[in-house]
Structure formats: structure tokens, C-alpha cells
Design a protein around this ligand. Structure first.
Ligand code: PLP
Length: 363
């Protein structure tokens, strides 16, 4: 990381790899001799087609996406998918199951109520979203079209470490905040969806990975922009896609491939997470993370202080040390360090050293 860069712990939009930004900078004005910026290209021209095709093929190789799945590059954020999924998979009277392990799953559940009959089969709300249930004992609705989970709850820092096999219907996962942070067996899912702005690119791109046989059953009222069939048939080029964002995602995918793929990426993320969680544990209660150990997120690490009156000072002092966006989400307070793929190990080391220092000063 160059002198002029800070360590950005934001939950999203989040930090991007410095080498990817440098590469984009070098290609900004004249993309590979085309005489144009990617922003100026026709989305149907051969240059942009090569960009989107390469992005898709690198993503397919990273996640080992089977042939019978489509990859869609869409707009509207993950939030739009909260509506698109029931619209595409259900009739208004169909039932679906939701396991809600944090605020994002709850938002998805509420949005689905407009388009089908979702049932909340488990919620972690009464425990302030600090755990994930055991699926063996969970009662799933017979006839449910799908089971929706949020693979990583960005605000509460709760992450699935393995994925359930729904007893009925298919598994649908919001992977916005742990997408491409580790290998995933895509074949376990009917749909995986993610906003790009945490691990893989700028905001404005939403990626949907969907099993092909699920496409083509949208409700009649489904807007054309939310119909997976339209986007799949047109290779994500039905209308003008977020071209520059897709290009940036492509550069990130290329970088993840060059790092050795998602097994290597996961090793780095585990190392960073361990460093930070150990620091919290070893602070003797000065810092606290409320999440059950087995489901602590490797991407978003919320923590509070025993002396909560010190939290504002912590956040302010960290900024002076060029570590920004450590304030927790307004709904939970405290601090949150988001340590996505692009956060270097040195960033977490610096944060941990700062935490120890701060504790020594205030103990
Ligand atoms: N799902 C999760 C897990 C998120 O973290 C977010 C945003 O932070 C969203 C959904 C909403 O995404 P978007 O802002 O792209 O609509």
C-alpha cells in the first residue's frame, strides 16, 4: 500500500486491491490501445464483449461454477434481488422459508412478503443475532419453494461456515459480504446473489448465479429488468449494463485467480480473522465480540468496549493513525472492522497494535 493510501475498514463500498486500482488507472484513458475508456465503449462492441466474457469466465473458474448455472451481471444492488427472487421462483400463494440471522436476512424476508408467502422458520433477533441454528432439528415447511439464508450478516458479523441442505425446495443465499472470500460448492444452491461492493468491485454491479432450470417462471407482473430469463437470454446485455463496474469486477477476478484462487484467498482471510479475534479475546474483556465463536465472520468483525464511553475516542484516534470507517453500524453501535479480501494483513496488524496501545492507555 502506497504512502497516500489509508486502511479503510468500511463495510461497503469497501477497499479494493491497490494493484487493481493501479491497473484501472493505467487503462482509464485508453483501454488497451482501443483509443477509448471502458466508460465510453458500446456495450455491444467487441471490446466490451471481451471484457464481460473474461469476467464471467474468471468467476466461473474461481467458484468452479457448473455448466448448468447462469451468471448474470445485474443492477439494483442485492436489495433488488430481495424482490426478484420471489418474483422469479414463486407464484403469489407459494410458501418459502426464511432463516434470519441478522438485519439483511430480515430485510429480504420482509420484501418477499409482497410477492409470495414467506415463513420465518427461525430468527436470531431475540439473541441480538449472535448465532446460527442447527438445521437438523429445524422444522422446514413442506412445499416451500426455497430456503433463504444470508451467508454472512454484514452488520452482526455472523457467518455460515457450512451450508444446510433444505428438506424442501432449493437453497438461496445472499452472499453479498462474503462472496469470493472462500471456495463455495455452487451446486448446493439454486441461487447465489451478491452486491459487488464488498469483495469484488464497485457498487452498481449485482451478481446472480442461478441454476438454469429455475429460469423462465417469473410472475406476470415481473418488471422486465427483474426477469432472469430476459437477462440470461441476453447474456446480461438486455439493456445497458454497468459496464465500468463489470470491468472492475473483471480486474478483481483476474487478481484473485493470480493469487492462486479462493483456497489461497481463504487462507489469508483466516489469518487476518484469527489475528483480530485473538486480540479481542486476549484483551480480558476490554474489547468484546458477542457472536458465538463457531460462526464469527471472517469479513465483518463487530466489537464493543467494556467502557463504552471510550468508543468515540477509539474511532477518532484511529482516524489519526489512518484507519478509517471503524464505527459500528448505527443499529448496533460500537465498532466494526470489515476485513474483506482486499484488506492487507498489515492493515489488521496495524489495527491490533493500535487496540493494544489504546487499552494500555485506558486500562
Ligand atoms: N445483503 C447484505 C448481506 C449486505 O451487506 C448488503 C449491503 O450492505 C445488502 C444485502 C444490500 O446490498 P445493496 O446495497 O447492494 O442493495
Amino acid at each position: 500500500v502506497g504512502e497516500e493510501r489509508i486502511f479503510n475498514f468500511a463495510a461497503g463500498p469497501a477497499t479494493l486491491p491497490a494493484n487493481v486500482l493501479k491497473k484501472a488507472e493505467s487503462e482509464l484513458y485508453n483501454w488497451r490501445g482501443s483509443g477509448m475508456s471502458v466508460m465510453e465503449m458500446s456495450h455491444r462492441g467487441k471490446e466490451f464483449l471481451s471484457i464481460i466474457q473474461k469476467a464471467e469466465s474468471d468467476l466461473r473458474s474461481l467458484l468452479n461454477i457448473p455448466e448448468d448455472y447462469s451468471v448474470l451481471f445485474l443492477q439494483g444492488g442485492a436489495t433488488t434481488q430481495f424482490a426478484a427472487i420471489p418474483l422469479n421462483l414463486c407464484s403469489p400463494d407459494d410458501s418459502v422459508d426464511f432463516v434470519v440471522t441478522g438485519s439483511w436476512g430480515d430485510k429480504a424476508y420482509k420484501e418477499a412478503q409482497k410477492y409470495c408467502k414467506p415463513k420465518l422458520i427461525w430468527s436470531g433477533k431475540s439473541d441480538k443475532y449472535t448465532t446460527i441454528p442447527s438445521f437438523d432439528t429445524l422444522e422446514q415447511s413442506s412445499g416451500a419453494k426455497y430456503l433463504h439464508i444470508c451467508a454472512n450478516e454484514t452488520i452482526h458479523g455472523v457467518e455460515f461456515k457450512d451450508y444446510p441442505n433444505p428438506k424442501n425446495g432449493i437453497l438461496v443465499a445472499d452472499m453479498s459480504s462474503n462472496f469470493c472470500s472462500k471456495p463455495v460448492d455452487v451446486s448446493k444452491f439454486g441461487i447465489i446473489y451478491a452486491g459487488a461492493q464488498k469483495n469484488v468491485g464497485p457498487s452498481g454491479v449485482t451478481i446472480v448465479i442461478i441454476r438454469k432450470d429455475l429460469i423462465g417462471n417469473a410472475q406476470g407482473i415481473t418488471p422486465v429488468m427483474l426477469d432472469y430469463k430476459i437477462h440470461a437470454e441476453n447474456n446480461s446485455l438486455y439493456n445497458t449494463p454497468p459496464c465500468y463496474g463489470i470491468y472492475m469486477c473483471g480486474l478483481v477476478f483476474e487478481d484473485l485467480v493470480a493469487q492462486g484462487g479462493l483456497e489461497e484467498v481463504e487462507k489469508k482471510n483466516k489469518k487476518k480473522g484469527e489475528l483480530l479475534y485473538n486480540a479481542i479475546e486476549e484483551s480480558n474483556g476490554f474489547y468484546r465480540n458477542p457472536v458465538e465463536k463457531s460462526v464469527r465472520s471472517l469479513m465483518n468483525v463487530p466489537f464493543t468496549m467494556e467502557k463504552s464511553e471510550l468508543e468515540a475516542e477509539f474511532i477518532k484516534e484511529a482516524v489519526k493513525e489512518k484507519m478509517v470507517q471503524l464505527k459500528g453500524h448505527r443499529s448496533v453501535g460500537g465498532m466494526r472492522a470489515s476485513i474483506y479480501n482486499a484488506m492487507p494483513y498489515e492493515g489488521v496488524e496495524k489495527l491490533v497494535a493500535f487496540m493494544k496501545d489504546f487499552q494500555a492507555k485506558h486500562a
